[in-house]
Design a protein around this ligand. Structure first.
Ligand code: SAM
Length: 367
């Protein structure tokens, strides 16, 4: 099944929603703030226009969505002020898959517009926010309509589970749900190939939509080693597979369903990402960074209650992958999966300090 039919972050603003459990992604946004601001300043200077197109790809819904937009708009306005030019009209497109909770974003727009008018009445140009549903692995916008593109914590999602995880009708990644230390080489190759193909389609699509001199700041989970089986690259999935197998051993789910389940996700190495950019040919890499983030985002409280690190990690992961697990195993086992996962993560964090690796790149459209 296509990812766009099943993947969505947990909707609404309840306890297990993405809106209430996206601190790690918020930290990631903060880490790329300086790079994003620098890229906007350069874009405004090099592609001066009185009507600027801006897109956030994989915007989800929750506090992070409009926080990113607010910072982008402030930076555009501050830059045009410094250049002593009038603020351009700003067309902001919020993109995510069709099943994203766009209603929640739209409901928060009146407050967002009101606050901007109050805070910056004389400085802000006219700003129009649009929803742009669809997959970023394909066309989304008219040709030459975008000057600046931002995407955070989204491009590690593939368009589909890679083909090639079966051999003669048998699964080759038994008991695993992603690349692991014991995965056969063909699993590693299948994931790497899928990322390369997807990322190339992404670049081609944006290339048509962006003006020359336009910039993209892309921030995604990756890895700092060319080896995709290091713990930093894949151990969060190893523990989720263990939680699922534990439920299978209790007869709560079928083991075969675990064997057949693989996540449509890939944490690339910076070299893979840059090589796809070079081969596609429309963009040049202007800036690159690699940083680390604690699995729990370093935040001790959830809704004012102090919980274990394992629980914080489990809540973050649940808000992101619950829709995928439900489509394979049904909704009745989700609470149990994440209870076991919490224990496994707590055990793991008692003897190691687990980190995600985040890649940030600025790409400039040159052709
Ligand atoms: C972890 S959320 C990140 C949301 C937000 N950018 C943030 O930093 O909080 C990842 C988002 O990417 C979206 N996504 C994944 N694949 C996508 C695709 N092919 N096209 C558009 N959005 C996609 C998911 O639906 C999800 O909302």
């Amino acid at each position: 099944m296509e990812v766009e039919q099943i993947l969505h972050m947990n909707k609404g603003v309840g306890d297990t929603s993405y809106a209430m459990n996206s601190t790690v992604q918020n930290t990631i946004i903060s880490l790329s703030k300086a790079t994003t601001r620098e890229a906007i300043v350069k874009t405004v200077c090099s592609t001066w226009t009185d009507s600027m197109g801006i897109a956030d790809l994989g915007c989800s819904s929750g506090p992070n969505t409009l926080l990113v937009i607010s910072d982008i708009l402030d930076t555009v306005c501050a830059t045009t002020r410094r250049l002593e030019r009038p603020s351009p009209e700003l067309k902001v497109y919020l993109n995510d898959l069709y099943t994203n909770d766009f209603n929640n974003i739209f409901a928060s727009l009146p407050g967002f517009y009101r606050k901007r008018r109050q805070d910056r009445a004389s400085e802000t140009g006219r700003c129009f926010i649009f929803g742009a549903p669809g997959s970023f692995y394909g066309p989304l916008f008219p040709a030459n309509s975008l000057h600046f593109v931002h995407s955070s914590s989204s491009l590690h999602w593939l368009s589909q589970v890679p083909a090639g995880l079966e051999e003669e009708g048998r699964v080759v990644n038994k008991g695993k749900i992603y690349i692991s230390e014991s995965s056969p080489g063909r699993v590693l190759e299948a994931y790497g190939r899928q990322f390369h193909n997807d990322f190339t389609v992404f670049l081609k699509s944006r290339s048509r939509e962006m003006v020359k001199g336009g910039r993209m700041v892309l921030s995604l989970i990756g890895r700092d080693s060319s080896d995709p089986t290091t713990p930093q690259s894949c151990y969060q999935w190893e523990l989720l597979a263990q939680a699922l197998l534990s439920l299978a051993s209790q007869g709560l789910i079928e083991e075969q369903k675990v064997d057949e389940f693989d996540v449509p996700y890939y944490a690339p190495f910076m070299g893979e990402l840059k090589s796809a950019v070079e081969k596609e040919g429309s963009f040049v890499v202007e800036r690159e960074e690699v940083c680390e983030i604690d699995w729990d985002g370093g935040d001790a409280a959830v809704g004012g209650t102090v919980v274990s690190r394992g629980e914080r990690v489990a809540r973050t992961v649940r808000a992101v992958v619950e829709s995928l697990l439900e489509s394979q195993f049904g909704s009745h086992v989700t609470d149990k999966v994440f209870q076991v996962y919490t224990q496994l993560v707590d055990q793991h964090l008692s003897h190691t300090s687990a980190k995600y690796i985040n890649l940030i790149v600025t790409l400039v459209k040159h052709a």
